[in-house]
Design a protein around this ligand. Structure first.
Ligand code: NAP
Length: 494
């Protein structure tokens, strides 16, 4: 079950918000009465309530908004109990002064906005003595490892327990507490009205992560990176899981580089079955794996870790995605066999994507030239894989069949920039822009105007994710559906 936290300054807005949540099928609503400007009228808020409620009045020291005295606050909580609220939230230290009465269930809570303290078990032990029906422990995650500690605590708990971490690094436990037998988790009404750092919205919790369907059997995957908040992989993978009725959940996992290995080892306790890997962990992922495959080894970077026969395998699905994307753009009904062999390919950039593209093109028998703004990086890449370079200022003079942009030029917000002048393009060229925000970059627009065949970053992004989906689930990915989902999301986000 998801408990949606609702905070409003006026009674009428509270009642309206509550009705709306009930219409959206919320099963439990937390009324954060500390948000109210005037003294809350508990009777008015609870009469004819459309869903069961948790009444919470958070004091300032626990990052609430309550302006009255502590005595008035406790009086309100007692009123809520007498009025028959389904649950009241009472902090551990005041629990002895709020007696049990009627059917109202007592959520005895502990919040720590600074850290996940070392003495969690001691705190928990104290809370069990406060006559709780439910124990709620919410702490700040300063490391991804804090999630593991809280989830383990909840798993071994004797009393029904909701335990998760706050902050961006705490997201895994907000979702995975479903697997510890938590009676519910908390979510927010909307992104603008976030009540605690890192809180997910009701929509995200219900429709993206499908909290209510998560059980101990649910397979868990995630994307490892730092930063990670803007990754589109959770959208793509969770949507694909839902479409294929696969019992899995996919999480954004913010993991700082200095705790990469320790986190992955600790996440073993959560039974995570596979990871997408992004900046800055692509090289560390190879070192972590028991067996990097030939593509990952060649590129020196992995974007995927998955379990096979108990061992961690590393691969790089960008490699196949780049080949497939270009092959689809070049092929027509007359082509057969390897279409990239002997093609002259110019790769712009010398970062991670350029490296994957250069290796893939070399292996396909293309003749590869790399050009990068910082010459030394181009030289280094070319020497490693055995291809040529051209100075950045001369990139327009190269004769070529295929142009691949692997720089970030043209990406939002710099949508009026292109890494290649339009008059350098000619209609026999295939132009592949790996940038996907936006899909129709200035380079893509120029290429279409010149009559070139084109391939987009979205096609590549979906293909690399689809390949991961297949490695994770051992079943075919809904590629078209994934493409549609991504396009719809990006056009709505514009
Ligand atoms: P990266 O390792 O940071 O490399 C960025 C590259 O862009 C470097 O070669 C850099 O040149 C160049 N660059 C940046 N600003 C430039 C400018 N103003 N003028 C010229 N060159 C510039 O990043 P990456 O991981 O390789 O990603 C590169 C791009 O690929 C991303 O921006 C993203 O749009 C795209 N991408 C696509 C997919 C997909 O699936 N479609 C996946 C990941 C990334 P210097 O060496 O001179 O700094």
């Amino acid at each position: 079950m998801i408990c949606v936290s609702l905070g409003r300054t006026r009674h009428s807005a509270f009642l309206e918000g509550h009705k709306l949540l009930a219409e959206k099928k919320a099963e439990l609503v937390e009324l954060r009465v500390d948000w109210m400007r005037k003294r809350p009228d508990i009777g008015r808020l609870l009469t004819d309530r459309p869903t069961p409620v948790v009444v919470t009045c958070r004091r300032r020291e626990d990052k609430g908004l309550w302006k009255g005295t502590e005595e008035q606050r406790q009086t309100l909580l007692r009123e809520a109990i007498i009025a028959g609220a389904e649950y009241v939230d009472i902090e551990e230290d005041i629990a002895p002064s709020i007696p049990r009465y009627g059917d109202t269930k007592r959520i005895v809570s502990y919040h720590n906005f600074d850290e996940t303290p070392d003495d969690l078990e001691k705190i928990y032990g104290r809370m069990t003595k406060c006559d709780p029906d439910i124990i709620k422990i919410v702490t700040m995650a300063n490391s991804p490892l804090d999630n593991v500690r809280l989830l383990q605590l909840a798993k071994n708990a004797d009393v029904p327990t909701v335990a998760f971490c706050m902050g961006e690094m705490g997201l895994p436990s907000r979702v995975l507490c479903a697997r510890t037998g938590a009676p519910f988790t908390y979510a927010g009404f909307s992104r603008e009205r976030e009540m605690a750092p890192g809180q997910l919205t009701y929509e995200e919790m219900r429709y993206l992560y499908r909290f209510d369907r998560i059980t101990e059997k649910t397979k868990v995957f995630g994307v490892l990176g730092d930063p990670i908040a803007h990754s589109l992989s959770p959208l793509l993978h969770n949507t694909a899981f839902r479409k294929q009725k696969f019992d899995g959940v996919y999480l954004p996992l913010r993991v700082p580089a200095d705790v990469f290995e320790a986190t992955l080892k600790a996440f073993d306790d959560l039974g995570i079955d596979g990871y997408s890997v992004t900046i800055p962990h692509k090289q560390a992922a190879i070192e972590f794996a028991d067996q990097p495959d030939i593509q990952a080894d060649l590129i020196g970077a992995s974007n995927t870790l998955f379990r096979k026969e108990g061992a961690w395998q590393a691969t790089n699905t960008d490699y196949d995605a780049i080949i497939e994307t270009l092959t689809a753009a070049i092929s027509d009904e007359r082509t057969s066999g390897p279409v990239l062999k002997d093609k002259r390919v110019l790769i712009l950039g010398a970062g991670g994507v350029a490296r994957a593209a250069a290796c893939a093109m070399q292996q396909q028998g293309a003749s590869v030239v790399v050009s990068n703004r910082t010459k030394a990086r181009a030289k280094e890449l070319a020497e490693e894989i055995g291809c040529l370079t051209v100075p950045w200022e001369n990139r327009g003079a190269e004769k070529l069949d295929v142009l691949i942009n692997c720089t970030s030029v043209g990406m939002q917000p710099n949508v009026n920039e292109s890494p290649y002048e339009q008059h350098w393009l000619h209609e026999s060229m295939v132009v592949f822009d790996t940038v996907y925000t936006p899909e129709n970059t200035l380079l893509m627009k120029h290429a279409k105007e010149r009559g070139c065949r084109t391939a987009s970053g979205i096609e590549m992004f979906v293909r690399q994710a689809a390949r991961q989906f297949e490695l994770f689930t051992d079943s075919e990915a809904p590629r078209e559906y994934m493409t549609e989902t991504l396009r719809r999301y990006l056009s709505a986000a514009r």
